[in-house]
Write a new protein. Sequence first.
Length: 130
Amino acid sequence: MAKDGFIDLFFGDESGFSLIPPVSYHWQPKNEYTKIVPIRSKRLNVFGIMSEDNRLFEYSKIGSIKAEFVINSIDDFVTKTRCRTIICLDNAPIHHTEEFNNKIIEWRKQDLEIFFLPKYSPHLNSIETL
C-alpha cells in the first residue's frame, strides 16, 4: 500500500549517543596491563521516525527517553503527515505505557496508526540501519 501511495509508512526507534565511548575490549601486550578509566558524559538521546524513501523526522534530548517524550514527538510528527500514516515500532516498554496506549486512540482520529512489530525482530525495522 505504501509503494502504491495509499499510505505513508514510517519506522520509529530510539537511540543514544555519547562523546565518551564505552569501555571495551582491546588488544594489549602479553603480561602487561592497560588501565582504562571510565568517564561519564551526558548522553544525547534521539527518537527518529523514518520512511523507506529516507524522509527522517528526529527529536532529541539530553537525558533518558520516557513515554512522554515519544508521545510529544509523535504529536509533532502527526501535524506533518499528509495522508493515512502508519508508524512501525518495536515493543519497548515505553511504547506500552497506559499514557501511550491512550494516545493511540487519539492518533487514529488523525489518520495515524501505530503498528507493533513482532518481538525480537529488529531486522523488520528499517530505521535500525540508520
